[in-house]
Design a protein around this ligand. Structure first.
Ligand code: GAR
Length: 212
């Protein structure tokens, strides 16, 4: 790993925290120059906060304010300030179910990453595994992308396919996608932390790590 300084991750989530746990394992392995600086949630009793605390990670609930699908201005200010105080380099959305708008994204330009449970641009929005099943596709997957002001529209960093099986229910398909997420997300964050991804507009490229 040499002398590369560790990228400090600030993870935001609203759910059970399985992606956060996988990222925490990757950090703990010591193989990658990254560490979790802070975990934040808009849900006070969320699994992600409980799992972060079990691991001894700094974890905080910050109330989202008066809206249902986004943070209000005061909440947004608090999220940004808390992440900046923790000297976070990369904001990692791991099942954070609120849209982040301009002010937040401007505070971390090109430094907000999201995981989405479909092969974007197919099935943006909510319950993408159910959308995939209802549509009848035979292959779906997950996507890691940079967040931009649109809904699941930012430049794609990595994707992994997942088959849809004839006897899938929404729950079994979601679980298979989540298994893929738990591999793809830590690996993509590690590539970012190692400086192995170059971003040019909408296109992104892997840079081969130096040999030896
Ligand atoms: C993940 O499957 C993630 O892809 C999804 O929420 C889940 C969180 O699970 N995100 C979205 O649907 C965002 N639109 P986790 O809390 O177990 O990591």
């Amino acid at each position: 790993m040499g002398n590369i300084p560790k990228t400090r991750l600030g993870i935001l989530g609203s759910g059970k925290g399985s992606n956060m746990a996988a990222i925490a394992e990757a950090c703990r392995s010591g193989q990658f120059p990254m560490e979790i600086a802070l975990v934040l949630s808009d849900i006070e009793d969320s699994g992600i906060l409980a799992r972060a605390r079990e691991r001894g990670l700094p974890a905080r609930f910050i109330a989202p304010g008066r809206f249902r699908t986004k943070l209000d201005e005061e909440a947004e200010r608090q999220y940004v300030q808390t992440l900046q105080t923790a000297r976070v380099d990369l904001v990692v959305l791991a099942g954070f179910m609120r849209i982040l708008k301009g002010e937040f994204l401007r505070a971390f330009p090109q430094r907000v990453v999201n995981i989405h449970p479909s092969l974007l641009p197919s099935f943006p929005g909510l319950e993408s595994w159910r959308q995939a099943l209802d549509y009848g596709v035979k292959v779906t997957g997950c996507t890691v992308h940079l967040a931009d002001p649109g809904i699941d529209t930012g430049p794609i960093l990595a994707q992994q396919t997942v088959p849809v099986l004839d006897d899938d229910t929404p729950a079994t398909l979601h679980e298979r996608i989540q298994q893929a997420e738990r591999v793809l997300y830590p690996a993509t964050l590690a590539a970012l932390a190692q400086g192995n991804i170059r971003i040019e507009g909408r296109r992104t490229f892997r840079i081969a790590p130096p040999q030896g």
